[in-house]
Design a protein around this ligand. Structure first.
Ligand SMILES: Nc1nc2c(c(=O)[nH]1)N[C@H]1C(S)=C(S)[C@@H](COP(=O)(O)O)O[C@H]1N2
Ligand SMILES: [Mo]
Length: 411
């Protein structure tokens, strides 16, 4: 297969080849002493793209940039750009106004008519859709896996639910004409591999054709009524809601229809895969026994009060948060103040639309002064509930949907 990526940044980057020349292309200036730049060192100007526009996130790493949202900052019903987590596998592209103005999406592979669409084409030639859609990193919760799994040690904050505007991927693919051989998509973005090699996409994942044709899978050009934040994929990204966030390609330049399961970087081996059968914690599992993660599991958060809160004993206060369940809906959410010995149902709102997280609230009063924990447990519409500790262990620490707990001091 070809790893050709289209789009302004990559075309520019391709002019120079790998290493220093590619960095120069990304920076828009030559690097006179590029020959002395040690291999593996990323120019500071690229590595420190930083977290512009973000507020209060916990930084897990800066090369690539990875930052999660403290749970209490996820209290908003619709996640703001400032509070949306960032998960990068490569370098955030450096984009000029011209790059954005000339942005195109190429649709090729197993299609009757390959397309090259500008963002104006998407806005003018297709029906717009606006939906609240949740995106959760497949590794959210990895920190709580025992034995530990390598990778970003996300706690609870690699989840967002913003309001996205774009067009249905199904409409784009239908316009191109889906060939009978097509079974999977392959997504490509304009971010640069950490090595600076423009031939190597940092990540290129895809979804089965049925998920691509789902009316909630979109190509988005706006978020919360404004531009998408650069770190979250401006000016164009896929949203394949309810599936690992890695299916939602940022800085989208190309979608290829494949006649087989896509095999781009992070699609194969152990990436975003779990054992096809339950394994004991710590087991080494051969690649052949790993299957691709599709829907994310049922999960919930307590976004208020903030953990560590002081409340008055015997007085009522509100606890609240959100719950979501991948392709499914939430059927119930229960809260406990006695370490899970007893549970009481919380009030649950319907989702704004399918694939939006659902808000819940509960009136709580703590009987006496002392230390308490509030635990939340969501159950999906197929009767699956969150476990109190880690669910099935898997080598890369994906899909950890253990219950969220907060500490509360009653005074
Ligand atoms: N082009 C590109 N798209 C990408 C990634 C990436 O590294 N490059 N990371 C993916 C992963 S693993 C996740 S979880 C989501 C995170 O989306 P966010 O950074 O907007 O929160 O983006 C996905 N899309
Ligand atoms: Mo992810």
């Amino acid at each position: 297969m070809s790893h050709d990526r289209t789009g302004p940044l990559t075309r520019r980057a391709l002019v120079g080849g790998a290493g220093g020349a590619a960095f120069a292309a990304a920076l828009g200036l030559p690097i006179p002493f590029a020959r002395f730049l040690p291999k593996g060192l990323v120019p500071v100007a690229l590595a420190q793209t930083g977290l512009e526009g973000k507020e209060g996130l916990t930084v897990l790493g800066d090369r690539p940039v990875n930052a999660e949202t403290p749970v209490h900052l996820l209290d908003e019903n619709v996640t703001s750009g400032a509070h949306m987590f960032v998960r990068n596998n490569g370098l955030t592209p450096v984009l000029s106004d011209e790059d954005i103005a000339n942005w195109t999406l190429t649709v090729d592979g197993e299609v009757e008519t390959p397309l090259t669409l500008s963002i104006d084409d998407l806005k003018n030639d297709f029906d717009p859709v606006t939906l609240q859609l949740q995106i959760e990193c497949g590794g959210n919760g990895r920190k709580f896996m025992t034995p530990a799994a390598r990778g970003n040690q996300w706690t609870f904050g690699a989840i967002s639910c913003a309001e996205w505007t774009g067009v249905r991927l199904a409409d784009i693919l239908t316009r191109a004409g889906v060939k009978p051989a097509a079974v999977y998509t392959g997504h490509y973005g304009a971010d640069l591999h950490l090595s600076g090699d423009p031939e190597k996409p940092p990540l290129s994942r895809g979804v089965p054709l049925a998920k691509a044709m789902d009316p909630h899978t979109i190509v988005a050009f706006a978020m919360n009524g404004a531009e998408i934040p650069l770190l979250n994929g401006h000016p164009l990204r896929v949203i394949a809601p309810g599936w690992p966030g890695s299916c939602s390609q940022k800085w989208l330049t190309r979608i290829a229809l494949r006649d087989r399961e896509h095999d781009g970087p992070k699609m194969t081996g152990q990436s975003y895969r779990v054992p096809a059968y339950p394994v004991a914690p710590g087991t080494e599992v051969p690649d052949a026994d790993m299957k691709i993660i599709e829907t994310m599991p049922v999960k919930s958060l307590i976004t208020a009060p903030q953990t560590g809160a002081r409340v008055a004993a015997g007085e009522t206060f509100e606890a609240r948060g959100h719950a979501w369940a991948g392709d499914n809906e939430i059927a119930a959410i229960d809260v406990s103040i006695d370490f899970g010995a007893t549970w009481a149902p919380a009030a649950l709102e319907a989702p704004a639309n399918r694939y939006a997280w659902q808000h819940w609230r509960a009136e709580i009063s703590l009987p006496d002064h002392g230390y308490y924990e509030i635990w939340a447990r969501a159950t999906d519409d197929e009767g699956r509930a969150q476990p109190a500790t880690q669910p099935g262990w898997n080598p890369r620490g994906y899909l950890n949907n253990l219950q969220h707990r907060i500490a509360v001091f009653a005074l």
